[in-house]
Write a protein that binds this ligand. Structure first.
Ligand code: CO8
Length: 276
């Protein structure tokens, strides 16, 4: 694997944990980090020993208001947005290029064969909310905060937020969040369907890892085909989508795992699923 400046990668028991790490900027996404994400996700997708990817944020600096002293807080921030200090002088062309640069790793998270889980450990604002939405599943710690503050900065969500937020929580709620810039807490994010689960801080990584291991224990090739069927069918009309599903169902029926999984059920034994 490549070495990264702003990312950390750990792989254990078929689960990769990729941590975005820019403590001084609360893990804000700059061009360098977006390019590193692209390389890391490309390398992870090629690995047969990684079945599920958890994306999280590294510790952010917490400032003591009286002394100015900075200490690390692991639950300060998931990703506090795109890097405002980089965007401040963008021309229209540079801004577009920045958006397109992000769309490559964001689409990788959405479409790579491994399942992607965002473990949201604090601020998920702007580009931070957007990168969590590019993942398949979101689990939040109870202190997490979600929001799209872009219109307050005179811009719009540009990492897919106007599209993915509406698809996840419906148009009315997406419009309210984007037009008001209101931040919402983890429980409200759960209530509107933006996150799958809310857990205590100390339970965040254990919960994400337990879900990742459960998913990794299923037929990984079947899981990846199911992910493709859900993603590809979402924007199709129902007739073509169901036909596409039938074709992919046929593909899974030609696998070792199908013979093994069904055979094991009929023989009342544990299945040994190996396809990926
Ligand atoms: N970019 C750059 N630096 C940041 C960012 C950011 N998004 N967020 C925080 N930082 C930095 C701060 O500047 C500060 O640096 P320093 O210590 O050098 O002053 C450090 O992180 C700590 O931040 P704070 O002191 O502000 O910490 P607080 O605990 O007081 O506040 C907040 C935390 C509420 C998260 C606050 O930092 C904040 O409001 N940050 C900005 C949040 C935001 O507006 N995010 C959206 C950005 S726009 C965006 O994401 C657009 C995405 C699409 C772009 C598409 C382009 C095509």
């Amino acid at each position: 694997m490549s070495e990264f400046k702003n990312l950390k990668l750990a792989v254990e028991d078929e689960v990769a944990v990729l941590t975005i790490s820019r403590p001084a900027a609360l893990n804000a996404l700059n061009s360098e980090t977006l390019d590193e994400l692209n390389v890391a996700l490309t390398e992870i997708e090629a690995r047969d020993d990684v079945k599920v990817l958890i994306l999280t944020g590294g510790p952010g600096f917490k400032k003591n208001k009286e002394t100015g002293e900075k200490t690390e807080d692991p639950f300060k921030s998931f990703v506090a947005g795109a890097d405002i200090s980089e965007m401040v002088n963008f021309t229209a062309a540079e801004a577009r290029a920045f958006g397109m640069r992000a769309s490559v790793p964001f689409f990788k998270l959405q479409n790579m064969r491994q399942v992607t889980i965002a473990a949201v450990n604090g601020f998920a604002l702007g580009g931070g909310c957007e990168i969590s939405m590019a993942c398949d599943i979101r689990i939040a710690s109870e202190n997490a905060t979600f929001g799209q503050p872009e219109t307050g900065l005179g811009i719009i969500p540009g990492f897919g937020g106007t599209q993915r937020l509406a698809r996840l929580v419906g148009m009315g709620r997406a419009k309210e969040l984007i037009f008001t810039c209101d931040s919402i807490d983890a429980q409200e994010a759960y209530r509107i369907g933006l996150v799958n689960k809310v857990v205590a801080k100390e339970e965040l990584m254990p919960t994400a890892k337990a879900m990742a291991k459960k998913i990794a224990s299923k037929g990984s090739y079947a899981v990846s085909i199911a992910k493709a069927a859900i993603n590809n069918g979402y924007d199709m009309d129902i007739k073509n989508a169901v036909e596409m599903e039938a074709n992919l169902f046929g593909v899974t029926c030609s696998t070792h795992d199908k013979a093994e999984g069904m055979g094991a059920f009929l023989e009342r034994r544990e299945a040994n699923l190996t396809d990926f």
